[in-house]
Design a protein around this ligand. Structure first.
Ligand code: BGC
Length: 550
């Protein structure tokens, strides 16, 4: 009997070691890895083949708030070069490609009475090309580019937009839903709403500080929910896809352990992420209490007759609550948070009454407000797990900006260290993350920063008449990751994730030998092989043990 327990211990401790090694740096079976772009940032073809004008066409042509005065008129020209994009995706070995549809390319005025067939053809071609190459399309319906005519009616500040968004969504489900199984209704409503707050922010640059943001937020949330319900009622039984929304999250870390700083942190989380997430994913629905109380209180002190935060009706709360199949999370950075000194001057308090700060030791990126804080990803995933019943999370964006060099070691470090923190959240904390998306496939138009910073794994050569795409070194490492389904040990060493003495199974030289592969043939090979050897070992010792004790 004693021998039996010794034997069982041997097996379980071997399992423990092996499981520990594998768990931290290996992607779970069925985990999906992808990469993203958005229509306005990459497509170009801004006035071609029947496309209507949208708010970013107008903003980039007219506003002084784009630092290099550039536009997305041509951008990476994916409207013409999408086949090259798909080739790059094949080289990367991704499971899915997240791209957005330009509303005004399909419906030039925004309304459904006029459909632009050339626009429909373009997206059909792209979707078919992806599927031909075994790459799943993950489609964003709205990534910031509202048809101008709808903006002329007030845009997202006008609640009636929810009807027009639902009409547009019905067109998309009907035309593409036979092949598209992953839908993101709206990408980053926080940034979209910001465009209704300050003129120098994002398109449409409406100057309505304190009011416009909440009006837009309200319409965006109800619009998302209406589309989710539409899918449920009219399409789900036939198309069997999934519908979610993408929210932008930053992690806020209390500056000190004081109760005040912790409360300030929670307030910041609830205002930025919770304001959009709680109505959809929260147990009771509606905006978080701290948001309602704070905006109601300050609005009253300011002399408004009603809160600047537009209320949901009880019906709307019920429609919005639970309108999800997954939680789309964009994560780029984290900030420190602390409480300001207490004051009785309610009227002059900002709604988010928190002092934000930087981390002095964090790596910087080309976008000054995106400090590199990989551990923040693990923390925010745990926060979401706790707040929203461990909802399935798709990381819909995570990316690093630099000046565009091909040898982009910092991007690779960013990628590996963030994936590593995500895998810790999955394996060690039980967070329900089902997919990871790197932002972005291509260098592209970075909104108000124009072309001054780059996020792509492929450099786009705008001065070349063919607008060529060149893989950066991060692209090679990314393709290793998608192929091997675990993280490269040498980069984990560089980022300090593992110690130097761990045997290195990869080499940097190996990467320079263009390890491109077909998406279909190479997925999961390493996982399968290492898993296979482990199971052979386990079977041998177990059978041996059985003979030994009997
Ligand atoms: C936006 C992208 C943008 C990225 C980097 C995201 O939140 O969705 O369009 O390029 O941030 O700033």
């Amino acid at each position: 009997m004693k021998r039996f327990w010794v034997y069982i211990n041997l097996i379980t401790s071997a399992w423990g070691i092996s499981h520990h090694n594998v768990s931290n740096h290996t992607f779970p079976t069925d985990f999906m890895i992808g990469i993203a772009t958005s229509a306005y940032q990459t497509e170009g073809g801004w006035n071609e083949s029947g496309k209507g004008v949208n708010i970013w066409d107008t903003f980039s042509h007219e506003s002084p708030w784009i630092v290099d005065r550039s536009t997305g008129d041509i951008a990476a020209d994916s409207y013409h070069l999408y086949r090259q994009d798909v080739e790059a995706l094949v080289q990367l070995g991704v499971d899915f490609y997240q791209f957005s549809i330009s509303w005004s390319r399909i419906l030039p005025t925004g309304f459904v009475n006029e459909v632009n067939q050339a626009g429909v053809d373009y997206y059909n071609n792209l979707i078919n090309e992806l599927l031909k190459n075994h790459i799943e399309p993950m489609v964003v319906m709205y990534h910031w580019d509202l048809p101008q005519q709808l903006q002329d009616l007030g845009g997202w500040a006008n609640p009636v937009m929810a009807d027009y968004f639902q009409d547009y969504a019905r067109v998309l489900f009907s035309m593409f839903g036979d092949r598209v199984k992953w839908w993101i209704t709206i990408s980053d409503p926080h940034s979209i709403s910001y465009g209704y707050s300050e003129p120098q922010s994002y398109a449409p640059g409406v100057n309505a500080s304190g009011v416009g943001y909440y009006l837009a937020a309200y319409t965006l949330i109800t619009s998302h929910a209406n589309v989710y319900r539409l899918y449920e009622q009219e399409f789900r039984s036939k198309q069997r896809g999934k519908v979610g929304i993408t929210l932008n999250g930053e992690w806020y870390e209390p500056k000190t352990d004081s109760q005040e700083d912790k409360q300030a942190t929670e307030m910041a989380m609830q205002f930025v992420l919770g304001l959009f997430a709680n109505p959809i994913y929260g147990l009771k629905g509606d905006y978080p209490d701290v948001v309602k109380n704070q905006v109601n209180r300050i609005s009253a002190a300011e002399g408004y007759h009603r809160s600047r935060l537009r209320k949901f009706s009880p019906d709307e709360i019920a429609t919005v609550k639970g309108a999800y199949d997954f939680f789309g999370l964009n994560y780029y950075t984290s900030r420190t948070t602390r409480a300001p000194k207490p004051t009785t001057d309610v009227k002059n308090n900002p709604d988010i009454n928190v002092i934000f700060g930087d981390f002095s030791n964090a790596t910087k990126s080309a976008v000054p407000y995106y400090e590199v804080v990989p551990w923040g990803l693990r923390k925010i995933l745990n926060w979401i797990k706790k707040e929203y019943k461990n909802v399935p999370v798709v990381i819909t964006e995570n990316g690093f900006s630099d000046d565009g060099k091909v040898n982009d070691t910092e991007r690779t470090k960013y990628l590996v260290s963030h994936m590593s923190e995500m895998l810790k959240a999955v394996h060690e904390d039980g967070c329900n993350v089902i997919a990871y998306t790197y932002w972005s496939l291509l260098d592209s138009f970075e909104w108000n920063l124009g072309y001054t910073v780059t996020f792509g794994m492929y450099q786009v050569n705008y001065s070349n008449p063919n607008i060529t795409r060149i893989p950066k070194s991060s692209a090679y490492v990314f393709s290793e990751i998608t192929r091997n389904r675990n993280l490269p040990l040498d980069y984990l060493k560089i980022t300090g994730e593992i110690s130097e003495d761990v045997t290195d199974i990869y080499s940097l030289q190996h990467r320079n030998s263009t390890p491109h592969h077909s998406a279909a043939s190479c997925k999961g090979i390493f996982f399968n092989y290492s898993g296979f050897y482990f199971y052979v070992w386990l079977a041998t010792v177990t059978y041996g043990g059985y003979i030994f004790i009997s």
